[in-house]
Design a protein around this ligand. Structure first.
Ligand SMILES: C[S@@+](CC[C@H](N)C(=O)[O-])C[C@H]1O[C@@H](n2cnc3c(N)ncnc32)[C@H](O)[C@@H]1O
Length: 255
């Protein structure tokens, strides 16, 4: 199983923030540089800004996959694993590879894996759009708060389908659209006005926590993402709204 190698080269922090004006290649580089910049404060801010609800969302995700994770010798892939929070949650039930293209995030993830002595987890450096895994390798593939960052959302979904075994299960956990109008307005006020300020202050990154709400706005809503998954070839596509639709968990299968 591949483990993350020494850094060949780490992107210089404070590069341009990802924006719609950047071309595809530019977005990929900017996203990687942005996560390299915020890696040291990423976990702290995640839990602070979501008042720890992000942990419940990851646990809910793993709960929905428990049958597939209980298969004999089940192997899971946690794509865009970042600092390995979901990887560690999956490791409680099965062998898991976490994969991300941002080395500083993986370094922190590896420290957490070592501290927890999570022997069934390993991390690999790789691009979600060009995965270094053979077709049909995994019983389960998860991607949490990663799909939105890819230069091509459809390309990422197709790559997940490719590396799933027939009958394998995919889970996409991502920010979405709150479904109740009054709640949506209150949440959007927080998300667009307060969160970027706290995020910038704590992380020291001017752009990352402005990019977050902008990227969620540009991402397909619950129904559109489900439709996109069906068109790409996923079977049995369904979704669960989490915390009123602030996030959504989309599930699908490879036929
Ligand atoms: C918001 S973080 C999510 C991390 C983790 N899944 C979690 O739940 O906290 C998004 C992660 O996606 C990674 N990422 C973005 N684009 C990627 C790509 N094309 N290939 C691999 N990783 C990517 C980033 O490096 C970052 O670690």
């Amino acid at each position: 199983m591949p483990t993350s190698a020494e850094p060949a080269e780490i992107e210089t922090p404070r590069a341009a923030m990802p924006s719609p004006e950047l071309n595809a290649d530019g977005k990929t580089r900017a996203v990687r540089a942005m996560f390299a910049e915020i890696a040291p404060s990423y976990d702290r801010l995640n839990h602070l800004l979501s008042i720890n609800v992000d942990k419940l969302w990851r646990r809910f995700t793993v709960g929905k996959l428990k049958d597939a994770l209980a298969r004999p010798n089940a192997l899971a892939l946690d794509l865009c694993c970042g600092t390995a929070d979901l990887t560690l949650e999956l490791e409680k039930r099965a062998r898991v590879v976490g994969c991300d293209f941002c080395h500083p995030m993986l370094v922190i993830g590896n420290e957490k894996i070592a501290a927890k002595q999570a022997r069934r987890a390993a991390l690999a450096e790789g691009d979600a759009l060009h995965l270094p895994f053979a077709d049909g390798s995994f019983d389960v593939v998860t991607i949490a708060f990663g799909l939105r960052n890819l230069e091509r959302v459809e390309g990422g979904l197709a790559e997940i389908l490719r590396v799933l075994k027939p009958g394998g299960r995919a889970a996409v956990l991502e920010f979405s659209r709150p479904v109740v109008p009054v709640f949506r307005q209150a949440f959007e006020f927080y998300f667009y006005n307060i969160l970027p300020r706290i995020g910038s202050l704590v992380s020291g990154s001017g752009g990352a926590y402005h990019y977050l709400p902008a990227s969620v706005r540009a991402f397909p809503d619950q129904k559109s993402l489900a439709e996109m998954m069906r068109k790409i070839g996923y079977a049995n596509v369904r979704y669960h709204n989490l915390t009123g639709g602030i996030a959504a968990l989309h599930l699908g299968e490879r036929k």
